[in-house]
Write a protein that binds this ligand. Structure first.
Ligand SMILES: Nc1ncnc2c1ncn2[C@@H]1O[C@H](COP(=O)(O)OP(=O)(O)OP(=O)(O)O)[C@@H](O)[C@H]1O
Ligand SMILES: [Mg+2]
Length: 326
């Protein structure tokens, strides 16, 4: 668990970057630090692994103040992905990924096994990339290597500073989905910086929304979308919050409440899995000619089809009528 207790950070020149911030992050929780540029997200992250000093207050990591922890040992247990991917340019991909295991003296066989595992996890062929250098990879591939490197020694805590920040929307979406998949497998305590509400809603168990170094709201995504604490939060999440909240539901959730339609056979109908988010389903329906999507379960069995009318029915029954949207 990470406890932020009345944390204050004042830089030289009296810039108060973090202003009396308190909140807790549970073990295994994925928490998004969200807010506009300059609100203090990077500063807060860097105080956790003591790349920045804490001016006042404290951060407690596993019952111990980070101020009094052995910095080397603590950083070994914290994976850190910096805002730009921060790979070592003159080291091969393999050496980049294995930087920490190498540093802490893992034997060769264990390192090799770990390298292959991580490359598979991030969807890059271990042998194909092994001897390449960072500049020989695309931006998205480099970002993925940055994530693999931070995961390498299997740290229980991850600090990720806009790890998908500089990517185009398509690669970004793919990496987000890959990373959610990774998190389901490895269950770490994660602080993940973003300034994108969509990314936050999609990825976070909880969101801490900041403004000028202060927490405006700390809550589950559904709560933030449905019950914004103040005008700043409402404005930040924007006026299409109903559409945004659709990324919290999957087609499967809908099929538990509404009956899917029988399929109309046609050649150019798109097939999607039942664990696809409703937000993705809506954009597919809006962007393709067909007015239905065929739904498959995990085993590839046809479950019926999804139409726009069904989504409206689900919204009426489940979302608008629910407690969250009173
Ligand atoms: N080394 C520093 N010295 C003085 N002021 C700093 C320093 N680093 C950051 N600041 C200031 O502290 C505030 C918070 O900066 P920080 O980098 O934490 O913001 P951020 O939320 O990560 O922004 P972005 O989304 O642009 O990365 C800003 O006003 C910034 O100018
Ligand atoms: Mg930053």
């Amino acid at each position: 668990m990470i406890k932020f207790q009345n944390v204050i950070k004042t830089y030289e020149g009296n810039v108060r970057a973090i202003d009396n911030v308190s909140f807790n992050v549970e073990d295994g929780e994925f928490v998004i630090l969200l807010g506009p540029s300059g609100c203090g997200k990077t500063t807060l992250l860097r105080m956790v692994n003591q790349l920045e000093t804490i001016t006042d207050g404290d951060i407690i990591l596993n019952d111990k103040s980070v101020r009094h922890s052995n910095i080397i040992e603590m950083r070994r247990n914290i994976g850190y992905v910096i805002q730009s991917n921060g790979l070592f340019p003159n080291m091969t991909i393999e050496d980049n990924v294995l930087a920490v295991p190498n540093l802490i003296g893992w034997d060769r066989a264990k390192q090799q096994k770990r390298y292959s595992y991580l490359m598979d996890l991030i969807g890059l062929n271990p042998d194909e990339y092994r001897k390449r250098y960072p500049h020989e990879l695309s931006g998205g591939q480099q970002q993925r290597i940055g994530v693999a490197r931070a995961l390498a020694a299997d740290p229980p805590v991850m600090l990720m500073d806009e790890p998908f920040g500089a990517l185009d929307p398509i690669i970004r979406t793919r990496l987000q989905e890959e990373f959610l998949q990774i998190q389901r497998e490895v269950k770490k305590t994660i602080l993940f910086v973003s300034h994108d509400i969509d990314e936050a809603v999609k990825m976070g168990d909880r969101i801490a929304l900041f403004r000028d170094g202060k927490i405006m709201q700390y809550d589950r995504p559904a709560e933030i979308l449905s019950h914004p604490n103040n005008d700043f939060v409402s404005e930040f999440i924007g006026n299409d919050r109903m559409l945004k909240s659709m990324s919290l539901y999957t087609v499967k959730d809908l099929s538990n409440v509404c009956s899917l339609q029988p399929n109309i056979t046609s050649e150019d109908i798109k097939i999607i899995k039942e664990n696809t988010s409703l937000r993705t389903a809506i954009s597919l329906l809006l962007n393709q000619e067909a007015d239905q999507l065929v739904i498959e379960d995990e085993n590839g069995n046809n479950m019926g089809s999804l139409t726009f009318d069904l989504i409206n029915e689900f919204l009426r029954k489940e979302v608008r009528g629910s407690k969250a949207y009173e």
